[in-house]
Structures are given as C-alpha cells and as structure tokens.
Write a protein that binds this ligand. Sequence first.
Ligand code: MG
Ligand code: MG
Length: 265
Amino acid sequence: MNFFNRNMIIYKTAEEIEIMREAAQIVSRTLGILASEIKPGVTSLYLDKIAEDYIRSQNAKPGFLGMYGFPNTLCMSINEQVVHGIPTDRALKEGDIISVDCGALYEGFYGDHAYTFEVGEVHPEIKKLLQVTKECLDLGIAQACVGNRIEDIGWAIQQHAEKHGYGVVRDLVGHGLGRTMHEDPQVPNYGRRGRGKKILNGLTIAIEPMINMGAEKVKTLSDEWTIVTADGKPSAHFEHDIAVVDGKPEILSTFKYIEEALAKK
Ligand code: MG
Ligand code: MG
C-alpha cells in the first residue's frame, strides 16, 4: 500500500506546530490511560473502546478509525505482530508484549504515536528488545536537526539495532505528519549518512522504529492488515511526533503519562 500521495514536504508554521502538539498530547494521554489497564486477561478490544472514548472526550477524533478502511481506534500488535494489528477479544497473557499505535485528529491536525508495553513479567531478552528499540527512537530523533538529511535518522536507528543483532523492518517507515496522517517525506528506519532530503525548520515527522528480535523480513496476515515477522520472533515499535524548531528536534508527544502509570503498577 502506498500511503504517500504527495510529492512535496509541507512545512508547518509555529501556530500549526502548537495544534499538532495538542493532537500529539491527546494521544500521549490516551496511551497513559492504557498503560494502567494493560495486564493479563485484558483484551485489545476493551482497550480500544477506552481509547476511543477518551479521544472523543478531548474534542478529537480517532485518527485511524476508517482510515484506508481500518476498523478501530488502535492498532494493537501482540508479540510477533509488528504493526497494524486489529483489536480482538483475545486475552493478553503474562509475558506477552503489545505494541499500541494510536492516532488522533484534533483541529485538523494528526497526532500519531506508539509504545510497546509489557504484559506482566516478560522474558529478559524481550525486555532488552524493547529497551534497544526505545534507544533507537531517541538516537533517530537526535539526528532530526537542520544540517542533517532524512537518512541520517534511519542510519542512527539501523546501526544501533544491528549492533544488537536485531532486524530493522524495511517494508514500513516513518513519515511526514500534519493535516494528513501520512505525508512526505518517508522516514525509513535504515539509511546511509548524508542522504535524502535536507532537514529544515518546520518539518513535522513521525519517527517510528520497528525492530525485530530476529530477521527483518515481515509478511501480512490474511486479514490484510496485521504485519508479522516472517520468522515468528517478537517485534517492538516506539513512535514519537517531532517538529524541527530553531534547528533542533522538538518532541511533540510524550511518554511521561505512560511512565507515570507504569511506576504506580
Ligand atoms: Mg503510528
Ligand atoms: Mg506513524
């Protein structure tokens, strides 16, 4: 599927970036609420309803619902599912991981970010995958500076993931974000230093490493949505929304609400 129907980057004004920050923060608060709900026995459909109700209470709309025909508010991907999993009545089990990707449309702009949660106690090797994927996100964000180019982001993500022996998903990428969920430029999680479009002030992008414990190869399930690792090993996904302001990356979304909720568990 080609999500990109524009061939130019739409740079945002300071006012537009402020609205995007609010859209991103609605998603951040939604993920914070889900963080306290995720435990063994809970279903992804139950979590989806909580997210939809909260987003609507914030004068926003679920960003994914109906987009390209997606049936729900959240993409919820368990264990070997990489992204785009459809919520179901399958109960989460101790030791699972679940990647929750959430979008919100607020005052004409989208927020879109994601976090992979642990369900109960997970295997230390899986904990490490989550930790390294989160570090990949931070390293990618740090490259989103004026003076760099788009592939510098993916280069930083790829070299950190591969240093740990992990596979970097190639078939899905980060993206520009604004009045549409997916706009130019594509932001791959791999790349060569100094290649791609120049990073300029006003660029707004979602950076979202999808990192596999095993090989990079993925496939799509027969529901035509769920992407899984070809080797069946677990995969992690963390995503933030970034604006380039005064030459530097500003993170519009936050994991603060998630971290506060997890600390109370
Ligand atoms: Mg997302
Ligand atoms: Mg995204």
